[in-house]
Design a protein around this ligand. Structure first.
Ligand code: UD1
Ligand code: UDP
Length: 352
């Protein structure tokens, strides 16, 4: 069996690591890296740290408007599918790389395996929502991380080959958590103490591409006294600079370059609170029982909202502040599986 995997963005490298490891015990996997993320701290670092095999094809598509970026990927992936004739094409999540891979394969009648299927925010203004819906509707195998995701698919009449196998990101956290504790010096490097800082990540287009939303978020940050550490996504850095907004005036804020996965797990595990708009980071906060404040109006990860483990605040300054001040003690419930999602995916493909 030959599987062609399409990856392109940071969270996809992290999701692919546990699946590739299990898949390659028995089968042939070829990796296409679209080049959607290309800075070494957004791409190479994850391949190295997580021992993901080097991509067999690097498309070098880079940044661009949605149509151009997705279109270039589509054309190039199509050529590779025609040449390699894979049995399956595997995609993860909801980026433009996901959609391009799924469309290219479906049109050539190569069955698509979608990992992290069925997620919905019900906000079609998010590019990710379009990508997910389209991908799910052309996929042959839909591996969902939660019951909610299965239910979302059922509501769109997708019921065939739908499986809740748990979340591959949970596999990744369990596999790397101790390694991170052993290897990462990130707290020392930045003079941080355990439970002595808040961790920030912001990169969603709905926040970064709206100057008023960014101003609100930064106003809230400037009113939070505690130390804050912010590994800044290149999109956010570029947008702030185009708005002429500087971060130097925000007290006790350490803005750092994006970090590798082991450093990120360490920053998350030891944070007092995590303030984010990232999908993956919301889940990791929950896995690690660190209270999370999500700077969005909706979340796909509704399970994390139980007991205020994760609080949705949008970009309202007062809501952000009161959620950060709220005393909560999250405890992980097994709603994201048992950390064996990768094995279950491979077994299910094998048994079909
Ligand atoms: C993409 C995904 C988003 C995912 C995120 C993970 C889409 C539509 N969006 O958003 O769902 O949550 O990845 O991080 O697929 N840039 C660099 N260097 C890089 C990569 C990006 O400088 O290595 C900058 C460029 O200015 C680029 C911008 O970031 O224009 C946005 O990159 P892009 O990949 O288009 O979208 P993300 O915001 O990263
Ligand atoms: N991440 C990382 N370094 C960083 C920021 C995030 O390794 O500086 C990891 C994080 O731990 C999670 C994933 O990247 O596993 C989340 O990716 P991102 O927030 O870019 O995208 P999303 O999950 O929102 O699609």
């Amino acid at each position: 069996m030959k599987i062609l995997t399409v990856l392109g963005a940071r969270p996809q490298f992290i999701k692919a690591a546990p699946v590739s490891r299990v898949l390659r015990e028995k089968y042939t996997e070829l990796i296409i890296h679209t080049g959607q993320h290309y800075d070494s701290n957004m791409s190479d670092i994850f391949f190295e740290e997580l021992n993901i095999p080097k991509p067999d094809y690097y498309l070098g598509v880079g940044s661009g408007n949605h149509g151009k970026q997705t279109g270039e990927m589509l054309a190039k992936i199509e050529e590779i599918i025609l040449k390699e004739k894979p049995d399956y094409l595997m995609v993860y999540g909801d980026t433009n790389s996901t959609l391009a891979g799924a469309l290219a394969a479906a049109k050539l009648h190569v069955p698509v395996i979608h990992i992290e299927a069925g997620l919905r925010s019900f906000n079609k203004k998010m590019p990710e929502e379009i990508n997910r819906i389209m991908t799910d509707h052309v996929s042959e195998y839909l591996f969902c991380p939660t019951d909610t995701a299965v239910e979302n698919l059922r509501n769109e009449n997708i019921t065939r080959n739908v499986y809740n196998i748990g979340d591959v990101m949970y596999d990744a956290v369990l596999y790397n958590r101790e390694l991170a504790a052993d290897k990462s010096n990130i707290l020392e490097t930045h003079g941080l103490t355990k439970n002595g800082y808040h961790l920030i990540t912001i990169h969603r287009a709905e926040n970064t591409d709206d100057v008023q939303n960014m101003k609100n978020i930064l106003e809230a940050f400037s009113k939070i006294d505690e130390v804050k550490v912010w590994p800044i996504h290149p999109r956010t850095k570029n947008k702030l600079s185009s708005y002429g907004i500087r971060l130097d005036d925000i007290p006790n804020l350490k803005v750092i370059e994006p970090v590798g996965y082991l450093d990120m797990l360490t920053l998350e595990a030891n944070a007092k609170k995590i303030i984010t708009d990232s999908g993956g980071v919301q889940k990791e906060a929950y896995f690690m029982e660190v209270p999370c404040v999500t700077v969005r109006e909706q979340t796909e990860w509704v399970e994390t909202l139980e007991e205020d483990a994760n609080i949705l605040v949008g970009t309202d300054v007062n809501k952000i502040l009161s959620a950060v001040q709220k005393n909560v003690n999250p405890s992980y419930k097994e709603v994201f599986g048992d950390g064996k999602a990768a094995h279950k995916i491979v077994e299910l493909i094998e048994n079909r």
